[in-house]
Write a protein that binds this ligand. Structure first.
Ligand code: FA5
Length: 350
């Protein structure tokens, strides 16, 4: 009987050596350890044995059963490991440090130019201020020397909320708050107010190639003792030559805004038509870009600053028009169109 056990163990070992996959291994497990398997069969022949022999033989069959189960477990682990290695080796090689292969978004051209202007003004000591798009009548008009029923309001019809607030028609709406924010440092510590505040503006007006109902401006103010028009011209010139990276033809002409005195219109020669006249510049060859002037004494007073001691300049750059000129965009409405095909041309390295 013992020889039967030995020959069955050798047969199992020989068969096990040839197994190369988990499915075949399961087959061999059933063939030896299953209900009708060879090891189970051995026990059936025990009927003819004496009690003493049954005990020894039973023990040996159980040992064989344990050995077979253990060898199958070892082989299972071995084959699983082999399968994992095979899968790894069949994977295409890839470099985890490579950039992902996907389409990247790009910044809107207005964002790019706004950041460029912010960089330029920051380098000249200006702070960049953020301001709400929903403002009060006082912020947008009254604090700027534009009382109710003043004709200057006609030029800036905008969208009103039921609570009397409005969508700001000009970034000048932040002036009063900026003066109040920095006046103590100006008066007590002699720190000049130098701030720019870019923002979205809204006007209820018909659109054309150079007018939108939603557009961006960038306001700038500087207040200190002895600030004059020369300071204003210096900062405007520096900003334009940095943005365009070349000399630009500009002209300064008188302009009226109730919150500056004197006031100017700073126009640039149209870069779309080279000054010959086109729809983008209303066929004049010039584009109104940056009205500016010396801050009106009443406006300084409303901001808590004594106009007998301090003077300042303010400008309201038409950021969206600057973008048109910088990139040669003929129709301002393309910038709000949401057309990714047009807008994604203006990428940068950020
Ligand atoms: C103002 O809004 C004044 N707050 C500017 C100012 C600030 C003057 C400080 C003096 C001192 P104006 O309405 O002209 O001014 O607009 C300023 C600039 O915004 C224009 O030159 C133009 O470039 C741009 N702009 C005005 N309206 C529109 C519009 N509908 N679409 C696109 N750009 C516009």
């Amino acid at each position: 009987m013992e020889s039967k056990i030995i020959s069955l163990r050798d047969k199992f070992e020989a068969e096990l050596q040839k197994i190369e996959n988990l499915a075949d291994l399961e087959g061999i497990r059933v063939a030896y350890l299953g209900k009708k398997g060879s090891v189970t069969d051995l026990l059936k022949g025990m009927k003819e044995l004496s009690n003493e022999e049954k005990k020894t033989f039973g023990q040996k069959v159980n040992e064989l059963k344990g050995t077979v189960a253990e060898r199958i477990a070892q082989k299972t682990a071995e084959l699983k490991e082999k399968e994992i290695q095979l899968e790894i080796n069949s994977m295409p090689e890839f470099d985890v440090s490579m950039p992902a292969n996907m389409d990247r978004g790009s910044y809107h051209p207005i964002t790019l130019v706004q950041r460029e202007c912010e960089r330029i003004f920051k380098s000249m000591g200006f702070t960049v201020e953020d301001y709400s798009e929903v403002v009060s009548d006082y912020e947008c008009f009254e604090s700027l020397n534009i009382p109710k029923h003043h004709p200057a309001r006609d030029m800036q019809d905008t969208y009103y909320l039921e609570n009397g607030q409005l969508l700001k028609s000009q970034t000048s709406a932040a002036q009063n708050a900026i003066y109040k924010k920095y006046k103590d440092a100006l008066v007590n510590d002699g720190v000049p107010i130098k701030a720019i505040f870019p923002g979205r503006c809204f006007r209820n007006e018909a659109t054309d190639a150079c007018h939108e109902n939603t557009f961006f401006q960038m306001e700038g103010v500087m207040v200190d003792k002895n600030i004059s028009i020369s300071n204003l011209i210096y900062f405007m010139k520096t900003m334009l030559s940095e943005v365009f990276k070349k000399d630009i033809n500009v002209r300064l002409r008188p302009g009226f805004f109730p919150f500056v005195e004197p006031g100017f219109e700073l126009d640039i020669s149209c870069l779309i038509c080279g000054g010959e006249g086109c729809p983008s510049c209303k066929h004049s060859g010039w584009l109104e870009l940056c009205p500016c002037g010396m801050i009106h004494p009443e406006v300084l007073k409303a901001g808590g600053i004594d106009p007998d001691e301090y003077t300042g300049f303010a400008f309201g750059l038409g950021l969206t028009r600057l973008v048109m000129m910088k990139y040669g965009i003929k129709d301002i409405r393309d910038l709000n169109s949401g057309s990714l095909k047009s807008l994604s041309q203006f990428t940068d390295d950020e």
